[in-house]
Design a binder for this molecule. Structure first.
Ligand SMILES: CC(C)=CCC/C(C)=C/CC/C(C)=C/CC/C(C)=C/COC[C@H](O)COP(=O)(O)O
Ligand code: PPV
Ligand code: MG
Length: 252
């Protein structure tokens, strides 16, 4: 059966997409309602995943989200154990900034027998880790070094390599909770060099940073940590006195 390419179509046809990243290890299932009620108004997609996630948590979380929301759910996996058949799509990542065979091809081969049993839209993605000013979980888990922001040429060449290899998407990643997000000059250089859509994530906290991603040609920005912090504040204050740690969402 031919699978519908909806997520990739969304990325090709639209701009200013906002993906909120939910880490199954950090969001208790009973907080799915809280999550959905507090999403930024401009959220277009939910991404689910983490560098490390306990067994079965991703599948349970995706199931709970799908039961309560119409938003498309995209798996953004740190490893093959996070494949959840109830999701809409899966970023089939290859960590091209590194040279660890496990994250270039090993995880992908391990994923196949699970993917064959699903109808997930599988999106071959060139995943490029860029130095965000601190050591991040992706770096630790993959045991690879990020590419320096100063070396824009090498980053562009890596993105072009991804395109020549047949990847249909590029993800420029500064890492979860990065001090510095990917510089817009890098986003612009990559977006101008490749024909495939570019997603940007890592360390995005403000409306200005979000706008800069879109202005530079990024089709989707992904926000995880800033939203996690926001949700903690909402929870701690029992919905009173909400003090948002970022400013990109409209006040409710
Ligand atoms: C099934 C399959 C092909 C799995 C791919 C395995 C692979 C090659 C993984 C790459 C390395 C890795 C550990 C990826 C983790 C992905 C992930 C969830 C990263 C967290 O992203 C942060 C996001 O950009 C938002 O940042 P922030 O707002 O600062 O939290
Ligand atoms: O799973 P990640 O990569 O989002 O890392 P962290 O748990 O440090 O947020
Ligand atoms: Mg995180």
């Amino acid at each position: 059966m031919v699978k519908q390419n909806n997520f990739l179509k969304d990325l090709r046809l639209n701009r200013n997409l906002l993906g909120i990243l939910v880490d199954p290890d950090k969001l208790p299932l009973e907080d799915v309602g809280l999550l959905l009620q507090n999403l930024p108004e401009n959220t277009t997609h939910l991404l689910v995943g983490g560098s490390t996630v306990e067994n079965d948590k991703t599948q349970l979380l995706v199931k709970a989200i799908k039961a309560a929301s119409m938003l498309p759910v995209i798996i953004f996996p740190g490893d093959y154990s996070q494949i959840a058949p109830q999701a809409d799509a899966l970023l089939f990542l290859s960590l091209l900034s590194g040279r660890n065979p496990e994250y270039l091809i090993g995880q992908q081969i391990k994923a196949v027998k699970y993917l064959q049993k699903t109808k997930l839209e599988v999106i071959p993605t060139g995943y490029i880790l860029i130095d965000g000013g601190k050591t991040t979980a992706v770096e630790k888990v993959s045991q690879t070094k990020p590419m320096p922001q100063e070396n824009c040429k090498a980053i562009v060449e890596t993105a072009l390599t991804a395109e020549y290899l047949g990847k249909t998407l590029i993800y420029l990643e500064a890492g979860s909770g990065a001090k510095n997000c990917v510089n817009p000059t890098i986003v612009k250089a990559v977006a101008e060099a490749v024909k495939i859509p570019v997603i940007v994530g890592g360390g995005i906290k403000t409306q200005e940073q979000l706008a800069a991603v879109y202005k530079a040609g990024g089709k989707m920005a992904v926000i995880g940590t800033a939203f996690e912090n926001d949700l903690k504040t909402v929870k701690n204050k029992n919905n009173e006195n909400i003090c948002r740690t970022y400013t990109y969402s409209h006040p409710r």
